[in-house]
Write a protein that binds this ligand. Structure first.
Ligand code: GLN
Length: 452
């Protein structure tokens, strides 16, 4: 049914870069055979899932939304995809994204933009717009995203779906094509909080193949989502960040947020205001740290190891071939990030830019630590604006970067964050974000499920 739905609507939505019909049907038949043989099946057995094209899939094309990896079929599965297979889920295909996960609208994909099912002249968010749009258009019931600065939560918010960024290190980066390694976090996307928790449970937990993976038991996110669904938040203290009040957010977004805050109060939560004085430096710090790490990570795309190779006619030097390949294979936003990152890391500027940004990161972490001494979780709008028209922010990178104003602090800290639908503004979905302490992912699921 989902393959039929994709065939019917994806021509208009462009959520998928690759549909693996054969693989999906084979996986579904395998689950049927296991069921017929009386095997004990997990809660997600037979459930279709769409996977952001940033995760390697054995033998199935993985482009990261870039021309430089066009035609590349990885020889191995990422840990997330391996765990999806172990859970018996059925992978439908790979979803569209901003090239190398850099962007907030999916317009920087080398394969054309994804469109928002609520209004196909508007963006579905980014970088994981394909996964979010696939859910909103009922092309898939579950999807995987990755969140470096907001790429799971912001697309969730603008498509009226749920997106959760787990604690950094709570989900494995093995086989996740690297953008900014100290921030990249794969996680679940779904239409309900409980579905997201079930998917989180299936993909999360320690992985010895990722050196930053946390070797501790995962919080019980499914139990927390079920507890939240009872609608009782008595005794839960939620903080509103004073520095976020009205800052750059559309009035309709703030109105929906405040209505949701009233609902949370009625459910028994205590709302207090907390100050996080360094959050205003999060965006500039992120736009030094993320490009710096990207400029190093993307050095591996050299025209030798993977995908595209340009100008290798037997007469050109290795350096010329690398240069021609990177010129042809990377899009403008990726080139901009590599340039900024290379500059920020260069000797003479390192201390002034990258070093300074790292200090800001520490101060933001201290803000979170102090806030969580007063409250169980923080809440905010997920994103300052609803889905904007295609093309509205592509001419000014800074306008695009602002989409992640409220999501980036959590990435710099490393804690979990979830976006849950909280109403409409101008007929378009608004998301509420819940941020929790590191390895307290269960708390955000409880609050989000109560609001749903
Ligand atoms: N929009 C942010 C960026 O462009 C976040 C991207 C992400 O989370 N992958 O870097």
């Amino acid at each position: 049914a989902h393959l039929d739905r994709i065939a019917a609507v994806d021509g208009r939505i462009n959520a998928f870069l690759h549909v693996d019909s054969e693989g999906a049907l084979a996986a579904a038949r395998e689950v049927d055979a296991q069921r017929a043989a009386g095997a004990q099946l997990g809660p997600l057995a037979g459930v279709p899932v769409a996977v952001k094209d940033v995760l390697t899939t054995k033998g199935v094309p993985t482009t990261v939304g870039s021309k430089i990896l066009e035609g590349w079929r990885p020889p191995y599965d990422s840990t997330i995809v391996q765990r999806l297979r172990d859970a018996g889920t059925v992978m439908l295909g790979k979803t569209n994204m901003d090239e190398f996960a850099m962007g907030s609208s999916t317009e920087y994909s080398a394969y054309g933009p994804t469109r928002n099912p609520w209004d196909t002249d508007r963006i579905p968010g980014g970088s994981g717009g394909g996964s979010a749009a696939a859910l909103a258009a009922y092309e898939a019931p579950l999807a995987i995203g990755s969140d470096t600065g907001g790429s799971i939560r912001q697309p969730g918010a603008v498509t009226g779906t749920v997106g959760a960024k787990p604690t950094y290190g709570g989900t494995s980066r093995y086989g996740l094509v690297a953008f900014s390694s100290s921030l990249d976090t794969p996680g679940p996307c779904a239409r309900t909080v409980l579905d997201a928790a079930l998917l989180h449970e299936a993909i999360g937990g320690h992985d010895p193949r990722d050196s930053t993976s946390i070797a501790a038991p995962m919080p019980d996110v499914v139990a927390a989502a079920k507890l939240g669904a009872t609608g009782d938040l008595t005794g839960v203290r939620l903080g509103i960040v004073s520095e976020f009040a009205g800052e750059g957010a559309e009035p309709g977004v703030m109105a929906a947020f405040h209505e949701a805050v009233d609902t949370l109060t009625k459910l028994g939560a205590e709302i207090v205001e907390v100050s996080c004085p360094h959050f205003k430096y999060a965006l500039p710090a992120y736009y030094l740290i993320a490009p710096s790490e990207c400029s190093s990570n993307l050095a591996r795309f050299d025209g030798v190891r993977f995908g595209l190779r340009v100008g290798d006619d037997g007469n050109r030097s290795l350096e010329e071939v690398m240069s021609l390949t990177r010129e042809a294979g990377f899009g403008p936003e990726v080139k901009r990030r590599i340039m900024i990152g290379t500059y920020a890391l260069s000797s003479g500027y390192y201390d002034a830019y990258y070093g300074q940004a790292q200090k800001v990161r520490t101060l933001i972490t201290r803000d979170f630590t102090a806030a969580f001494e007063q409250v169980d979780a923080l809440i905010s709008p997920t994103t300052p604006f609803v889905a904007f028209p295609l093309g509205a922010r592509t001419s000014d990178p800074y306008q695009m970067y602002l989409a992640d104003l409220f999501t980036i602090p959590t990435n710099l800290y490393g804690g979990p964050g979830i976006s849950v639908p909280c109403g409409l503004a101008d007929g378009l979905p608004v998301g509420l974000q819940v941020m929790a302490p590191t390895m307290a992912d269960d708390r955000m699921y409880r609050v989000a499920a109560a609001l749903e």
